[in-house]
Design a protein around this ligand. Structure first.
Ligand code: AKG
Ligand code: FE2
Length: 323
């Protein structure tokens, strides 16, 4: 039998070299794989540093210090209903109690530690497997969560991340999430909820999908990779302390990014990581599209192809076509 080139059954050299076959199997069967800390190649000190950096960022943004064993030290108020997984239900925040979660965005711009996790070879190899092509980064967000009834409601906020992609979906993921657990990650800690095998249902979760959900429990430092079609949400945190995760969210090249990395990324940051060449590729900084049309002089340099000019002369700057 010849396996088609695009088939996810093809194992890449990276998957083989890193001995990731068991996690590929989990991804294929369950749509989600949990990679334990000793297999990620990331020292636990790096995980602790990432957690500290996230807490410092959380304090910067809210004005309240955060204690990993308790949560925010000051009372927080929310100027607007929080953006969450119960979109379309503005009453939800009130219904599910005091809000005990928010998101930190653009972490790959904030510190080298986050960038190094974006290009972690284990994460990239597994994400690449789900997409059967080289993945690009869509966004890099931190989830900051502490004890409270606030969750995503009875249905656990189950959703697929690639919901905006038109159906029919196939085996190839359009988005894949690689979440780093920066703290212990049990159901009581407020872990991710997911429905094993749901990526093979190729669609949105039905109303009773939560009955089949299980917790993605994992020790601190683990990496959880899941296919964009896998139904997932999260459990509320029922014990004291904080749950911190770094959710690095990747995209197939045919999908738009959530963060405008191409135009917004500081090129100096792209150099400041363990492999600048790979980071530039994953951030898609050097691709010819989308090209800018506002600065005419740039068009001669960065067009889709080369533009000819009169032999021996400098290229003309392209002028506006008509005034
Ligand atoms: O951890 C959570 O609360 C949900 C995470 C989620 O839906 C995501 O990262 O796509
Ligand atoms: Fe999600």
């Amino acid at each position: 039998m010849t396996i088609p080139k695009q088939s996810p059954l093809n194992l890449s050299e990276a998957v083989k070299a890193l001995n990731l076959e068991p996690y590929v199997l989990q991804l294929e069967v369950d749509g989600l794989a949990i990679i334990p800390p000793e297999k990620t190649g990331v020292d636990i000190k790096v995980i602790d540093t990432a957690a500290e950096l996230m807490l410092a960022d959380a304090e910067n943004i809210t004005g309240s210090p955060f204690d990993i064993n308790h949560g925010p030290e000051k009372e927080l108020e929310w100027p607007a209903p929080p953006f969450g997984l119960h979109l379309g239900d503005p009453k939800a925040a009130g219904e599910f109690g005091e809000v005990t979660q928010f998101q930190l965005q653009s972490l790959a711009s904030r510190h080298r530690v986050f960038r190094d996790l974006v290009i972690n070879p284990v994460a990239l190899a597994l994400v690449e497997h789900t997409m059967a092509t080289q993945p690009l980064l869509s966004s890099s967000n931190g989830f900051v969560k502490w004890q409270g009834e606030f969750g995503y409601g009875n249905n656990l906020g189950l959703h697929s991340d690639q919901t905006q992609v038109p159906m029919p979906w196939g085996a190839t993921a359009f988005n894949t999430n690689a979440t780093w657990c920066l703290t212990e990650y049990s159901k009581e800690d407020g872990a991710l909820a997911y429905v094993p095998g749901s990526h093979r249902e190729f669609g949105k979760p039905p109303a009773d999908a939560h009955e089949r959900a299980v917790a993605a429990e994992a020790p601190k430092g683990s990496l959880i990779v899941f296919h964009g079609a896998t139904w997932h949400g999260a459990y509320a945190r029922t014990k004291p302390g904080m749950r911190l995760t770094l959710a690095n969210y990747y995209r197939h090249p045919c999908i738009l990014p959530q963060e405008d990395l191409k135009n917004g990324y500081n090129p100096e940051h792209a150099q400041d990581c363990h492999n600048p060449e790979v980071l530039r590729q994953v951030l898609d900084l050097d691709s010819p599209t989308p090209y800018a049309t506002t600065d005419n002089s740039e068009r001669t340099k960065f067009g889709m192809g080369w533009l000819p000019h009169v032999k021996g002369k400098q290229p003309h700057t392209i002028k506006a076509l008509a005034d």
